[in-house]
Design a protein around this ligand. Sequence first.
Ligand SMILES: C[S@@+](CC[C@H](N)C(=O)[O-])C[C@H]1O[C@@H](n2cnc3c(N)ncnc32)[C@H](O)[C@@H]1O
Length: 255
Amino acid sequence: MLRDVSSCNTYNYGDALYWDGRYIQEAGCGSFDWYQRYSALRPFLRHYVPTSSRALMVGCGNAMMSEDMVKDGYEEIVNVDISTVAIDMMKRKYEHVPQMKYLQMDVRDMSFFPDESFDAVIDKGTLDSLMCGTNAPICAAQMLGEVSRLLKNGGVYMLITYGDPKARMPHLSRPVFNWKIELHIIPRPGFQKPGAPPSNLKSCLEPIPLTEKGLLPADYVMEDPDSHFIYICRKIDESVELSNKSADRLTADLL
Ligand SMILES: C[S@@+](CC[C@H](N)C(=O)[O-])C[C@H]1O[C@@H](n2cnc3c(N)ncnc32)[C@H](O)[C@@H]1O
């Protein structure tokens, strides 16, 4: 679970052949969840993604995440991955679970799906993989453009990553996406600051206040220097925004 691409020491993470080879090599070793398991992410998912959501898991790999979500009440999860090997394995494993579908797909081109077809897109480690590959900025922009296109208004892109705001905000905060972004930080699984009690759930669920530039406040101290970041990017519903603005204007006129 702690396998991390933070050092980005290979350009292969963006390459389908690399992942196919890796999943063939690891066949028989069971499933593997990068960074964090569902149990640690559950509070965030349940908070931001209702169980009735139609969710897209981008770069699902052979993780348990979707299975755990379904066991927890999620009703529809479409899983995609560039690796045919991973998708074939997962299709076989879950053929009797109607809440989960598996499709081989490149997240940079998900034209198979119509616009605004998902309430939530969940990404654990996949943008990170693209960012470690060749042509990283272009690949990231292609992927995020597709994520934005597929989200319904008001829908949420949940990105779980090792990338801090300095590295990720320039990609996420492009005006064309018009996302309202919140950030949470969670320590690596098993991390405990010597002598400190484990941080409580309520404090974890408080978004970290970001600076105007979308960065961490200068005095912000991360308990675990190798923490994971959870970006909640909500696609702003223009019609709701506009009607809120008109209501504000009307109230102001009346006062
Ligand atoms: C770091 S792993 C994360 C796997 C899984 N999400 C997890 O949390 O364990 C990255 C996954 O992204 C997939 N991937 C990489 N590039 C991709 C692309 N362009 N399109 C779709 N999937 C991709 C890889 O095959 C791999 O399964």
